[in-house]
Ligand binder design. Structure first.
Ligand code: ADP
Ligand code: MG
Length: 765
């Protein structure tokens, strides 16, 4: 240790010396003192957990409190420069041997300092040598305060007990012990400087100061001490993040945007007048909020959440029309080709004559709607690009083909991003950049319900609106688990149900986790697939497979034992040959040619296909109200939120929806319990919490958060909801009063430190 004061930003190589510093850096990626001090103990030992010496068994990993009884040095029997150091420790009931090997010429440092009478903690793996139990090269720590030959009395034990002994996440190269020692060495000379958390907040919530919290999480006096440390450090995580987000919200809100106020008697009003249904109260309220946002001279950044089928698209169309009326253009960005095409069809259908600018039968003030996806033919693309450029197309719908450089807008005023979870920040950014001087307004829509705290954290720079009700007349969706392995006849009944529905003029989906085998099984789809994204057909990347279809009845396809997930191609063939013979089956997956996909979707919408066997390509947005049944094969292969999304495709019309989750997962297995949970509730928010509980926080926050640089170490998005809410309120207040944090230099510096990596990520959001 170098003398003097240590600061959080100091390199570890300087604070601890090059050897230890480098070791920590290589093993755990730590560079500064701050990095080390944010490496928190995984758990703590208490006296009660220490192993009793008389109960040791070979192979145990143990930590014992004991007194050194005897120390001796022995040459090796075969001679040579190697030596063996032997230390006998005792807890007064039993004895244990510690063994150290080293060369005469040095390497005794591990062994030095061990003197009879001293008391310490010894940790290692128990082995045996000639019938005697031993620890070879144990980690140890001598109790500094214990007098020589101290009795191992209850009082002495208490002395250890009051200090919880930290156990750190460690690697083979750098043990918990080394980390604990390094931390200890740094804590003494540590000067944390000014506390970044403003004093009034610390007082209001009774929080530890920074220095005290850092000391207490590493060397807690007792559990209460450690609890208060954790609370304070959680505050740091929540507060710094929320302050950074508040700064970004304020900066974004200060950017110039062209106001696009409502124009009376424009196509927006005409559209409202011809709507075939009444807007729900929620749609009206959110619509007003958005209309007001659009009228502002600063860009809107709004997240619209709403259950599948809650009617988000109508809200988007109304917002787009307001912008078109005001002389601007609106872009609707969809994550897949299928969805873009469907949006195009439904937008043009809902607008009717209002979308037929310059065409026969078009309204006088009609606008144009352009579709731009990767598969639009060259001629159509040229025409669309020209309409986008001249402004003839007021509404432009597309996939990420919209982001290409040659797509130039006359006056882009609004960007609507549908099903946000499939888009990355880069894409959002690229589209935003297409508005020349002013920033466009941005509306992000998601049907994946996001728990409040996740919204506050992941989308913390967006304002949030939520549609909580479904339009009237929507029917409930009943969901059942079909245990294909233990009750095969249930599956036969499922197919019988599908047939019944079709006989009543309804349609059905059968969803499978995989496309199927074939030489190009891994070939990416040109448009629907986005390398940066969780793919619409994740399982298509698995090894090609053959499923035993020799029996030709559906029961057999679920009886193959440990097998590949079921595929669209195999299941369709089996159904066609057996249980659903005679029905009109269609196939849809990401590997089909885009024209073919479009053709299939049209045919299904038109009722020319009875049963659509598909991958999750239908997960988002597909809207065929006549479809009433969905059978999901190998349902345990899908995530909870994904299942919820999928079943949202049925029950969209007046007839009740039925979703059957077919699975071989045994009763009471975790997979089966997940499915039961999905079957038990239609509350997407509840299910998204379930989903979140099963993932790590880092996954939730996305790739930029993953890895050891994640700034969230202690904070748990679900459990710490209140704390995050408070931190957000406080941080917003501080930042509103002092946007550059000029009066809070320590806070500003801490945000930079803590969010260094994340800042890049946030910048792009
Ligand atoms: P989401 O995108 O939120 O999943 P959509 O906007 O696709 O939902 O709406 C689902 C269906 O409900 C569409 O067919 C739409 O026309 C219809 N719809 C939307 N709002 C209403 C309403 N207020 N009353 C009746 N039907 C509605
Ligand atoms: Mg939608």
């Amino acid at each position: 240790m170098l003398p003097g004061v240590t600061t959080l930003r100091e390199p570890l190589t300087r604070a601890l010396g090059p050897k230890t510093g480098k070791a920590l850096e290589n093993a755990l990626g730590m560079a500064t003192v701050g990095d080390l001090l944010r490496h928190y103990p995984r758990r703590y030992y208490t006296r009660g957990e220490l192993t009793d010496l008389s109960s040791l068994r070979e192979g145990d990993h143990v930590t014992v409190l004991a007194r050194i009884a005897n120390v001796s040095l022995h040459p090796m029997p075969q001679g040579g420069p190697r030596m063996r150091g032997e230390v006998i420790i005792t807890d007064d009931r039993a004895k244990l041997m510690l063994t150290f090997f080293f060369r005469n010429s040095g390497g005794q440092y591990k062994f030095r300092g061990l003197k009879p009478g001293l008391v310490g903690m010894f940790a290692g793996t128990v082995s045996s040598f000639r019938g005697r139990l031993q620890l070879i090269h144990p980690e140890y720590e001598l109790l500094p305060g214990a007098p020589p030959n101290a009795d191992l009395t209850p009082e002495l034990a208490d002395e250890f007990a009051t200090e919880l002994i930290p156990v750190y996440p460690a690697t083979a190269k750098v043990s918990s012990w080394v980390i604990a020692r390094s931390v200890k060495a740094i804590l003494d000379p540590l000067d944390t400087g000014e506390d970044p958390l403003p004093a009034e907040i610390r007082e209001r919530y009774g929080l530890y100061g920074q220095a005290e919290a850092i000391r207490a999480i590493h060397r807690p006096l007792d559990w209460e001490d450690r609890k208060r440390a954790v609370e304070r450090l959680k505050w740091d995580e929540a507060f710094m993040l929320q302050a950074a987000l508040a700064q970004r919200r304020m900066a974004a809100a200060a950017l110039p945007a062209m106001p696009r106020p409502h124009v009376p008697d424009g196509i927006a009003d005409e559209f409202d007048a011809q709507l075939p249904f009444t807007l729900t109260a929620g749609q009206v309220a959110v619509g007003e909020t958005i209309a007001n946002d659009l009228a502002c001279a600063h860009p809107m950044h709004r997240l619209l959440q709403g259950e599948v089928g809650s009617g988000k698209t109508v809200i988007a169309i109304r917002a787009m029309l307001q912008v078109v009326d005001a002389g601007g253009q609106a872009a609707l960005l969809a994550p897949t080709e299928v969805l873009a095409q469907q949006h195009y069809r439904s937008v043009t259908a809902m607008l009717g004559p209002l979308a037929r600018r310059g065409q026969l039968g078009g309204a006088d003030d009609a606008t144009g709607v352009a579709l731009l996806t990767g598969s639009v033919s060259a001629g159509a693309r040229r025409a669309a690009l020209s309409d986008v450029f001249t402004g003839d197309a007021g509404i432009v719908i597309g996939t990420h083909a919209l982001l290409e450089e040659r797509v130039q807008f006359a006056d882009l005023g609004l960007v609507v991003i549908d099903e946000q979870h499939r888009f990355g920040v880069e894409q959002r950014d690229a589209l935003r950049a297409k508005a020349a001087d002013n920033r466009p307004h941005v509306l992000v829509m998601t049907a994946t319900p996001i728990p409040r705290t996740v919204a506050m954290t992941v989308y913390g720079d967006l304002e949030t609106s939520t549609l909580t009700e479904l339009p009237a007349g929507r029917s409930a969706i009943a969901t059942h688990v079909v245990p294909a392995a233990d009750k095969p006849h249930f599956l036969e009944r499922a197919w019988a149900r599908v047939k019944e529905e079709v006989e009543r003029g309804r349609q059905a989906y059968v969803v499978c986790p995989r496309i199927g085998d074939g030489p190009d099984s891994d070939a990416p789809d040109p448009d629907d697939r986005d390398p940066a994204y969780p793919d619409e057909d994740d399982f298509a990347n698995m090894e090609p497979t053959t499923v035993d279809l020799s029996h030709g009845v559906p029961r057999t396809i679920t009886n193959v034992g440990r097998r590949q997930p079921l595929s669209v191609l195999d299941v369709a063939a089996t159904l066609d040959a057996g249980p659903l013979a005679g029905l009109r089956l269609g196939i849809l997956h990401g590997r089909l040619h885009p024209d073919e996909k479009d053709r299939v979707m049209r045919a299904f919408s038109a009722g020319e296909i009875d049963v659509l066997v598909a991958t999750t390509v239908i997960e988002v947005g597909v809207d065929v109200p006549n479809a009433t049944v969905m059978v999901i094969m190998d349902a345990e292969r899908f995530g909870v939120s994904q299942l919820h999304q999928l079943r949202g495709r049925v029950g969209r019309g007046a007839a009740p929806g039925l979703c059957l989750l077919v699975s071989e997962a045994p009763p009471a297995s975790p997979a089966r319990e997940r499915l039961d949970a999905v079957a038990a509730t239609l509350d997407g928010f509840q299910l998204s919490r379930l989903d979140l509980e099963q993932r790590r926080e880092g996954d939730v926050l996305g790739a930029a958060q993953a890895g050891r640089h994640s700034s969230l170490r202690l904070l748990q998005l679900l459990k710490d909801e209140d704390l995050i809410g408070q931190a957000r309120t406080e941080a917003t207040a501080i930042v509103s009063a002092d946007p550059d944090l000029a009066r809070h230099p320590a806070l500003r510096a801490a945000i930079e430190d803590l969010l260094g990596v994340q800042a890049e990520y946030l910048d792009k959001t």
